[in-house]
Design a binder for this molecule. Structure first.
Ligand code: ATR
Length: 280
């Protein structure tokens, strides 16, 4: 079979559990594009060399995931504003021979809330649990969308303070003991920690401490309904799961490589949901 003319990839280490090939494969088929999107496992020591060969290997670009997002940030020739502010790159593309790095995680986060909780950004203070890479993307998106009071809570206070210093006005840093007080008047609670993920059961915070109008979202999507989301739903709060963030972060990359801005449809969501479901 002849090789596809438009080629993209996702690279990480490991990479075999990535859902991205399914997402982009769905859009390629839907739009009848002569393109491919391949998962490529690249060890950290080989990552710089891998980037150098992209053009020669016919790639238009691709996605970068754990553990390469920071290395990609350091190695690209140009960065978009989101990557610059987040300090990590998840999307690469070649433009007139120049390797660009962008970050679409913040876009994915905000677009997911736009889809499922429109108006979310204008309701009041946001509490963000965690201060790692995912938290940086979330805080970037919150600032971008004009949330004026962003409260980062982290087990290690120093990491929350680093984020506060990075993002400046409107962002505050707290240790976990302050959570209850911070939740009392919050309009949005975001979990960016691994708590609640399969194999790491537990409740990242108690949604009972939130006001009744609050929205609760988790960036973890395995399981789709985390203990935090289940507890919030039982309290009657609006919840948004993390799958839509994964689907929406893929949109700008596809547009860069294949020239069409794809849609996050119910059909796509159902396809990926079926893939996430525990196999008998
Ligand atoms: P990512 O890039 O996915 O955000 P990370 O940089 O490893 O991953 O950050 C993980 C976040 O989850 C951190 O905020 C971490 O808290 P620390 O900075 O104190 O390590 C948080 N986290 C992970 N496990 C946790 C746990 N059991 N209790 C509280 N916080 C936890």
């Amino acid at each position: 079979m002849a090789e596809a003319t438009k080629k993209a990839f996702v690279t990480g280490h490991p990479i075999k559990h990535s859902r991205s090939p399914r997402i982009h494969g769905y859009w390629l088929a839907k739009h009848g594009i002569d393109g491919s999107y391949q998962a490529i496992d690249v060890a950290p020591r080989d990552f710089a060399a891998f980037l150098k060969t992209l053009q020669a290997n016919g790639y238009r670009g691709g996605n970068v995931t754990i553990p390469h997002k920071e290395a990609a940030f350091a190695l690209v020739e140009r960065r978009d504003q989101a990557a610059q502010e987040i300090g990590a790159v998840n999307t690469l593309w070649l433009e007139d021979g120049t390797l660009w790095g962008g970050n679409t995680d913040g876009h994915g986060f905000a677009a997911n809330l736009d889809d499922h909780a429109p108006g979310w950004e204008s309701k009041g203070p946001a509490v963000v649990l965690g201060a790692g890479g995912a938290s940086r993307a979330v805080v970037h998106a919150l600032k971008q969308r004009g949330v004026a009071d962003i409260r980062i809570v982290n087990r290690t206070l120093a990491r929350a303070q680093e984020l506060r210093d990075r993002f400046g006005a409107g962002v505050s840093a707290h240790d976990m003991a302050a959570t209850g007080e911070l939740l009392a008047d919050a309009a949005l609670l975001v979990n960016t920690t691994a708590i609640g993920m399969h194999g790491n059961e537990g409740l990242a915070a108690d949604p009972a401490l939130l006001p009744a109008h609050a929205i609760v979202t988790d960036i973890v999507y395995v399981p789709l309904e985390t203990p935090l989301l289940a507890a919030a739903r039982e309290r009657g709060l609006k919840t948004v799961d993390g799958l839509g963030m994964l689907l929406n972060q893929a949109v700008p990359g596809f547009e860069h490589w294949f020239g069409i801005r794809p849609q996050v449809t119910a059909e796509l969501r159902a396809l990926i949901e079926a893939d996430l479901a525990p196999k008998p």
